[in-house]
Design a protein around this ligand. Structure first.
Ligand code: EPS
Length: 387
């Protein structure tokens, strides 16, 4: 079974990810992980921090001579900014006296600050915000890159594109998945519709000039999944439920849709489902309104998951808040922030979706080595085809 943990703070020395359950003998190059880390760092609308960081993966466990060995895979990613935060983030007791920044006592609306400080009994909100920060998603993208590599072995490809930023919505009707992927990959906002992409950048500029931020929607696509990942038999086996949780767990995500999602609720039933055909020796659909998921299982069509990201809570435009210690009202504002991180959120969406699909794969096809897993997978495909 697949599972992972991440550790580390936004301005600490590094982020750490441990991924357990990847079978032995999977080819894995550190460059593949670093490539996804770089993709996460890009995107029109990022702030000054991304000019400091250049995320690189360092595999320190579970891989030898380019192949996984079956043990936990451990990945480290250094925070370059740590050099500027050494005293503030010093793990020894002496650090507290030497911290040039002093405690953070002003909770920012929209962040984990207030609820986190009250819950964990903290006087210094830095003890909350450092871990709650979306910097943690760097480690999740590293985990996702390994999961993508496993899925690729079985022909499953995971990619993402931005479908909306603020009120600007992309039109991708008539484009193939290959075209959407290609166009999104070269767009500064990771949007396949060039005209909409330009309008999105203008919106981001407008938000920047107003000292505020912008949210949006990304879509993650998983091509070529086999039928039958996940299950209908228990609530916590349902793949759609697990994907929704995974996407919702990304910092600042407030909504998840699968397939038609909320749009389906506004249709008649005749417009909301995918009719079944049998062609070329296989069951197939001409539409994919279900987003590749029926009854909590993959149905063999591409899996489509969308995440809605709220505008980043850290803003130059001040919002009302109350000091944790003095209880005095103040206006929360900041010195450095991203204006829009939706393009990055799409890459993070790929990672968490790839992890959940890979987890469903390892549950269904098991195996300690890639060869064993491949045999199980091939045997299953044969039995499905021979029906
Ligand atoms: C973040 C605030 C910003 C972002 C950061 C997430 O960092 P800082 O406070 O250091 O300027 O840049 O995102 C990343 C560091 C990243 O790698 O995505 C926050 O508060 O969540």
């Amino acid at each position: 079974m697949l599972r992972y943990l991440t550790a580390g703070e936004s301005h600490g020395p590094m982020l750490t990810a441990i991924l357990e359950g990847i079978p032995a003998n999977l080819p894995l190059a550190v460059e593949e992980i670093t490539l996804d880390l770089a993709r996460r760092q890009q995107g029109y609308g990022r702030g000054g921090r991304m000019r400091i960081e250049k995320d690189e993966a360092n595999i320190v466990g579970g891989v030898r001579h380019g192949l996984t060995m079956g043990g936990p895979i451990a990945i480290l990613i250094a925070n370059r900014d740590w050099e500027n935060w050494k005293l503030t983030m010093d793990p020894t007791p002496t650090g507290r006296e030497a911290d040039p920044k002093g405690p953070v006592t002003r909770p920012r609306p929209g962040h984990a600050d207030l609820a986190g400080a009250l819950k964990y009994g903290q006087q210094d909100i830095r003890n909350v915000l450092e871990r709650a920060s979306a910097r943690e998603t760097t480690a999740r993208v590293a985990v996702g890159a390994v999961c993508k590599r496993l899925l690729l072995q079985f022909g499953v490809e995971v990619f993402s594109h931005v479908v909306g930023i603020g009120t600007v919505v992309a039109k991708t009707d008539g484009l193939s998945f290959a075209e959407i992927r290609e166009r999104a990959e070269v767009s500064p906002v990771r949007c396949a519709d060039q005209q909409a992409g330009e309008a999105m950048m203008r919106k981001i500029d407008e938000a920047r000039s107003k000292g505020t931020s912008l949210g949006g929607v990304f879509e993650v696509v998983a091509l070529n999944p086999p039928v039958g990942l996940g299950s209908y038999v228990h609530w916590d086996c349902k793949l759609d439920g697990r994907l929704a949780q995974a996407v919702m767990s990304i910092q600042a995500i407030k909504g998840v849709e699968i397939g038609m999602g909320f749009e389906g609720a506004r249709c008649f039933g005749s417009e909301a489902h995918d009719e079944i055909f049998y062609e070329d020796g296989r069951f197939m659909r001409r539409t994919n309104r279900a987003g590749g998921l029926e009854g909590g299982m993959s149905n063999g069509e591409p899996i489509l998951v969308r995440g809605a990201m709220k505008p980043i809570a850290t803003q130059y435009a001040p919002m009302a808040s109350v000091d944790l210690c003095t209880k005095e009202p103040f206006k929360a504002s900041i010195e450095r922030s991203d204006i829009c991180a939706v393009p990055a959120a799409g890459v993070i969406g790929e990672a968490v979706v790839a992890y959940e699909i890979a987890r469903a794969f390892t549950e269904k096809f098991g195996g300690d080595s890639l060869e064993e897993m491949t045999r199980n997978y091939q045997g299953y495909l044969t039995s499905v085809r021979e029906r």
